[in-house]
Design a protein around this ligand. Sequence first.
Ligand SMILES: [Zn+2]
Length: 177
Amino acid sequence: MTSPGVPDELDRLWTPHRMAYITGAEKPSGGYDEPAGCPFCRAPEAPAETSLVVARGETVFAVLNLYPYNPGHLMVCPYRHVADYTDLDPVETVEVAEFTQSAMRVVRAVSSPHGFNLGMNQGSVAGAGIAAHLHQHVVPRWGGDTNFMPVIGRTKVLPQLLDDTRDLLAEAWGTTA
Ligand SMILES: [Zn+2]
């Protein structure tokens, strides 16, 4: 008979969702720059359960980052595939701002962060992973949320699965935003 094994004294972090990123399995053949391969163009069209979209506005939407820095790391994106902040029209500019405020209210209501980082990386050289489609990061911060894991191990520990975070925030957006 096979023994189920005796636990040792090490804790394990299981991160199977990282494998697609590590292997590049999800990267489209044409890259991310064209709308056909752009995750921010595709997200609003995907089924609600898989898209990680938390809220939809007239010209912008809020979506969870697939590779979050912290739990609840949201991005506010225009539906239009534009790269530069100056490409936004006046309506989009206002709605990006309003959605950023709503994202902060919702994440505060759900998970009481101590602070936020807000911002846009404009261009690959500035750190944008998907430079062709503008996105405003809303990253909740907690005291002590940067520890040895990201600094030494280049690994971020996330205690909640993305689908669960999405459901939580989408529900709160309806009542809080
Ligand atoms: Zn796009």
